[in-house]
Design a protein around this ligand. Structure first.
Ligand SMILES: *[C@@H]1O[C@H](CO)[C@@H](O)[C@H](O)[C@H]1NC(C)=O
Length: 738
């Protein structure tokens, strides 16, 4: 690795992982220095050039507003320095791990998969994820898979039962022929052809088996009836009766594959990993704390059944794309020199359904390749809630100290009777179990905040543990990205609202992390923490300068003035830099451009509503209720996504905002230009030039909105009602200007 410094453990044994610091940071720091100078000049210009109150009241107010907006942008930019300053990259040495540890010396690993709704997360999706993690290249005696089904659905249980049978063929097939990826859905969907080592008959047989499974599951999902075939007369089904609903049922824990039983071997006679189904008790009157509640239930159940020192949790739509990920993660935990204080290892989020030139900025390569390595550089990648390996102890609130010694043999040799284990486990996942216990407060995943995972990760770091970000070239986990504008905006509203609530609470990284984690990391958390607050200045910036343009009030320096230079430099340099970064990280230029559009749309809708709701909530006002609920028509929408058409669709306040901004800027541009040209010819444009450029930029980036308003006739366009409401807003804004 030329041009980078590699550090590893000292001592006698070669390290299990290496950390390198890329060199390009120097260029970034130089660039950042010039931008900072530009920002200072802009601040100075703004503070000294606010028009006198008497001369133009609009100019005076706009000047003050822009001063506040530019102050915020500058300060926020300082925060974002933290996610570029100090990146590190990690590499693992799995061969050294295998040399040093025999299979029977490796620690046990418990894998948690969570699902909550069989309608949104079809059982086939869930079991493909389960099968992909069951087939990890890891000793099966050391592997335990737990599915938490928060809907308590018999169909999901049936699916898991079927998966346990299918696994007996699938796992040996994967291992014998080194199949990748090991999610059958992903493997067969790739249009996989027989693997080199695998005979076509063998391949076809497997494909048939999988098709059988899919057909059977589809008919069960359609009819809602579980077939009464003898082999699935598993006693587990007796847990369900007519009175059970997803929100009201007793706890169910079923060990579907039990290693101590003779039957629990695959078709080659090798052991299978343990497979456990869990649905914690749900009662309408009891709080269940969503995913955090189910993870905590899984932590307790697994502590009785397998109690492995390492826990991996994945969302049910995120399959393992690399059968060696466990070994990679263990390279971090098991390194004798540098591993003792590593609390968790987080993998990046990647998606397998994102098309080329995606319209929604879904490829988050810049975050994965640049932001996250910097958090790691500050000693604390955040916890995403999926694709993450934890030490079990960190989740129990263990505080790191130099004397802490991990018991890697923990859980080995638990060999009780499965019935007893199930009974004990059930009593741990009742509704009342957590009453008056530290669960959700000091123990396990935190309750009471939408971003329970991020806060949990932060608390672990505050307990003295480090966390590591591992981003191998071949991705460890692949999930599903949302593919309609509405879904994305709603998702970002939830996240940005959660982050803002966190930043304004006692869990704020600056308060909680003070003196415990590095300042750079506190700032890194706050980049997302203050996402929502960007909405107000951004909103101001896309409305007010255009409005002033329409009324002929100049708010930026004249094009001939030297004060133009800092404005132009900051904008041109930062956008060029950002384009360069995106290209370097593997995005296309179109994807970068689309991401800029999403940046604007998120800031003016999701973030704005999140900020309003959070502040409203603190003042005791209820939700804005601006949410989207309507689901889009799947197959047509998917076609449009592939063609790169933005999916608007149902009526929503968010779309009204987007449309209003787009239309308003179009009107301002046309009328404003007309006005200038009529009055003084092109020369009159001088003082308004930068505003005209800003207005043009907003219009150009909103091209898909105009298309949806005026040209498209498909069901993914904008409803007339939205257009109408926006037109009302636009006309009243324009009247303001005139
Ligand atoms: C997923 O794994 C396959 C190999 O099985 C690999 O070819 C592919 O590049 C991986 N996907 C990503 C996004 O890394």
């Amino acid at each position: 690795m030329a041009g980078s410094s590699v550090s590893g453990g000292g001592g006698g044994r070669p390290p299990l992982f290496a950390t390198e610091k890329p060199k390009r940071v120097l260029a970034y720091r130089l660039y950042a220095g010039t931008i900072f100078a530009g920002i200072l000049l802009i601040w100075f210009y703004r503070a000294t050039h606010i028009p006198a109150r008497g001369s133009s009241s609009l100019g005076w107010r706009a000047g003050l507003g822009l001063l506040v907006a530019e102050l915020w942008f500058g300060l926020y930019w300082v925060l974002t320095l933290s996610v570029r300053w100090n990146p590190v990259r990690r590499a693992t040495f799995k061969d050294r791990l295998s040399e040093r540890y025999d299979d029977d010396q490796l620690p046990g690993v418990d894998i948690f998969v969570c699902t909550a709704d069989p309608a949104l997360e079809p059982p086939m999706l869930v079991i493909s994820t389960v099968l992909s993690v069951m087939a990890y290249d890891y000793p099966p005696e050391k592997l335990n898979i737990y599915l938490s089904d928060d809907a308590g659905s018999a169909v999901t249980f049936y699916a898991l039962h079927e998966a346990s049978e299918f696994a007996k063929h699938w796992i040996p097939f994967c291992k014998n022929y080194k199949v990748e990826p090991r999610s059958p859905a992903a493997y067969f969907a790739k249009g996989a052809t027989p693997h080199d080592a695998c005979s076509p008959q063998e391949f076809l047989r497997m494909k048939e088996l999988y098709k059988d499974l899919t057909d059977r599951m589809n008919s069960v999902v359609h009819s809602g009836k579980i077939p009464e075939v003898p082999e699935c007369n598993h006693r587990g089904f007796s847990e369900w009766n007519e009175t059970i609903t997803s929100g009201d049922h007793p706890s169910v824990v079923q060990i579907l594959i039990d290693r101590n039983k003779r039957k629990a071997v695959d078709v080659d006679g090798n052991a299978l990993p343990k497979l456990v189904y869990m649905a914690r008790e749900k009662r309408p009157q009891e709080q269940h704390h969503f995913k955090a509640g189910s993870l905590n239930a899984l932590i307790r159940v697994s502590s009785v059944i397998s109690n492995s020192p390492v826990i991996l949790n994945v969302d049910c739509d995120m399959y393992s794309n690399n059968s060696e990920s466990i070994r990679d993660a263990l390279c971090f935990f098991l390194d004798e020199e540098q591993g003792q204080d590593i609390g968790f290892v987080q993998y990046p989020q990647n998606f397998d359904n994102v098309v080329h030139n995606d319209s929604y900025g879904n490829p988050i390569n810049v975050v994965n390749e640049l932001d996250n390595p910097c958090l790691d550089g500050w000693g604390g990648m955040c916890y995403y809630g999926t694709g993450c390996f934890h030490r079990r102890e960190t989740l129990s609130g263990q505080i790191y100290s130099k004397d802490y010694k991990e018991d890697w043999a923990r859980g080995v040799g638990i060999a009780e009777n499965a019935d007893e284990l199930e009974e004990t486990s059930k009593s741990l996942v009742t509704c009342t179990y957590e009453h008056n216990t530290p669960w959700g407060i000091e123990k396990g995943v935190r309750y009471g905040c939408p971003l329970e995972d991020v806060i949990t990760g932060l608390q672990i770091q505050c307990h003295g543990w480090r966390s590591v970000y591992y981003n191998p070239a071949r991705k460890g986990f692949l999930g599903k990205a949302p593919t309609s504008l509405g879904q994305i905006l709603v998702q970002h509203k939830r996240w940005s609202e959660g982050f803002l609530q966190m930043s304004l609470s006692n869990y704020s990284p600056f308060l909680l992390g003070h003196g415990k984690i590095k300042l750079g990391l506190q700032m890194g958390y706050s980049v997302c923490g203050f996402w929502a607050l960007n909405s107000f200045p951004t909103f101001y910036y896309v409305i007010i300068p255009s409005l002033c343009f329409l009324s002929g009030v100049s708010v930026f320096p004249e094009i001939t003035s030297p004060w133009c230079i800092p404005f132009i430099y900051v904008v041109v340099a930062s956008y060029s830099w950002s384009l360069m970064e995106s290209l370097q990280c593997g995005d296309t230029a179109v994807e970068w451009w689309n991401a800029q559009r999403m940046w604007l749309m998120r800031r003016t809708t999701s973030y704005l509503l999140a900020a309003i709701d959070t502040i409203g909530g603190m003042l005791g006002v209820s939700e804005s209720g601006f949410e989207l609920t309507v689901k889009v028509d799947e197959s047509q929408a998917l076609e449009r996504y592939k063609k790169g058409k933005m999916e608007f669709g149902p009526i929503s306040g968010m779309f009204v905002i987007i449309t209003t901004i787009a239309l308003f800027n179009l009107v301002c541009l046309v009328l404003g230009l007309g006005r200038v040209l009529l009055r003084g010819g092109a020369e009159g444009l001088g003082p308004l030039f930068l505003q005209a450029v800003l207005c043009v930029a907003i219009v150009v980036i909103n091209a898909p909105v105009y298309e949806a308003l005026f040209i498209r006739r498909d069901s993914g366009g904008l409803p007339y009602f939205v257009t109408l409401v926006s037109l009302c807003f636009v006309s009243s804004l324009c009247l303001q200007a005139i």
